[in-house]
Design a binder for this molecule. Sequence first.
Ligand code: CP
Length: 357
Amino acid sequence: MRSLISILDFSVEELAGLIATAEDIAEHPEKYWEACRHKTLATLFFEPSTRTRLSFEAAMLELGGNVLGFSEADSSSAAKGESVSDTAKTVSNYANIIAMRHPKEGAPFVASRGATIPVINAGDGGHQHPTQTLADLLTIHREMGRLDNLTIGLCGDLKYGRTVHSLIEAMSRYENIRFVLISPKELMLPDYVRIGVLDKHSIPYTEVTSLEDAIPALDVLYMTRIQRERFDDPAEYERLKDSYVLTAEKMEHAKENMAVLHPLPRVNEISVKVDDDPRAAYFRQTLNGKYMRMALILKLLEEAKRDPVREAIDTDGWVYDQVCRNPKCICQTEQELPQAAKLVEGAYRCIYCEQKV
Ligand code: CP
């Protein structure tokens, strides 16, 4: 039985399989109306969401299954101090699969160690968001006709933007991908992605501050919101919040077939005037998210039926009693968790949040 915690949990071949299933669901939805009859998805959302939670719920309902869960931490026993692991163990008795969003980095990983059913990471703090990446991959595939030979611009909050981290991990495995990383200096890509993914796999990239200069060379432009909820200093957010705004004027300098993606929600980083441009793919992306989550639920439930035993966590290379100092890591609030790190590109990194210990 498998979970989806990082997009790297799936091979490129498995991602191609999910895309094929999603395309089939889009074309022949009636074939899947009974596919998850008598199965239940638990949506455990400790943090706000519109697209991810509702598309997961729509996905399960359109597969003929049931949904239960909560949409805020305060309406669960987390408010009384229950641990993520105990929550996951309990919910394993009520559902067949869990989708979890949590503000602490590494929380869905901890849940997958406690649960006896598959766990899907629906976003953990500023760390990873693998099911958004599934939506992004289907969108790029549909808009561009390929997942290789692309110049991809990532613009905005690359530090806290978890969708960016997961998308880079995914796209780095396709041929001839280059990235243009467009951000203010304060919001550049964290080391565990820049060194641990891009440098490790010799993926070409440039780090720039100007969207105007970068836009003409791009095949895909992935805009992101400045993540107000991740800032410790509100004044710093106020200073950086309007760093980038994609306007119709800037789009005039882009390629005729460039695709504009955004995980949404948008605040003001894309002018609403861009919405009518045929290159604006971000609302099509939200529909693609539902198809890919349907394909994912089918895959994980099918695998759980074939192999109901939870896979042992691979602890090879773990070094114990390493102290993580990231205040946003799950190990800071759940102190009974083992503190451990593993060596990645010359640095020991926390097993939960991947920050240097
Ligand atoms: N893209 C995304 O995760 O949106 P929500 O926060 O609305 O789920």
